[in-house]
Design a protein around this ligand. Structure first.
Ligand SMILES: [Zn+2]
Length: 152
């Protein structure tokens, strides 16, 4: 993947302070605070910094952790993973492979066949709803979500 390189000043101008803190300084938003936690629409989750599509709604699940969680990236090449020894823990950090923005961490306790749980900050992602998707054509378990969530 072609790398996107911007200067620190460019990132500061482009991102909100909260996005900058997370994406460029490997920060973490408080649990249950993010805008994308309860998104259940079909669509894709893109890097908030560079716009690269990183995760699909089909891999999103409710982990109970308070952060948007996914079983896998859209494509393994979309993210880079590296060991993170900060905060006295050994974790695996997940970054956008294109712009190197910090997204969150991945843990080996996911529910899918991959066994992975990508625990990602809402502020590091933007959601693009799949406009072509038929609302209500999905399993039907989410009935009522349209009235409460998608009225705008
Ligand atoms: Zn990116």
């Amino acid at each position: 993947m072609e790398k996107l390189n911007r200067t620190d000043a460019e990132w500061r101008a482009k991102l909100t302070p909260e996005q900058y803190r997370i994406l460029r300084e490997a920060g973490t938003e408080p649990p249950f605070s993010g805008d994308l936690l309860d998104i259940k629409h079909k669509g894709e989750f893109r890097c908030a910094a560079c716009g690269e599509p990183l995760f699909g709604s089909d891999s999103k699940f409710d982990s109970g952790s308070g952060w948007p969680s996914f079983t896998r990236p859209k494509d393994p090449d979309k993210v880079s993973e590296q060991q993170d020894g900060t905060h006295g823990m050994t974790r695996t950090e997940v970054r956008c492979a294109r712009c190197d923005g910090h997204l969150g961490h991945v843990f080996p306790d996911g529910p899918g066949p991959e066994g992975q749980r990508y625990c990602i900050n809402s502020a590091a992602l933007s959601f693009a709803k799949d406009e072509g998707a038929e609302e209500g054509a999905e399993e039907g378990a989410e009935e009522g979500a349209e009235e409460t969530g998608a009225a705008d």
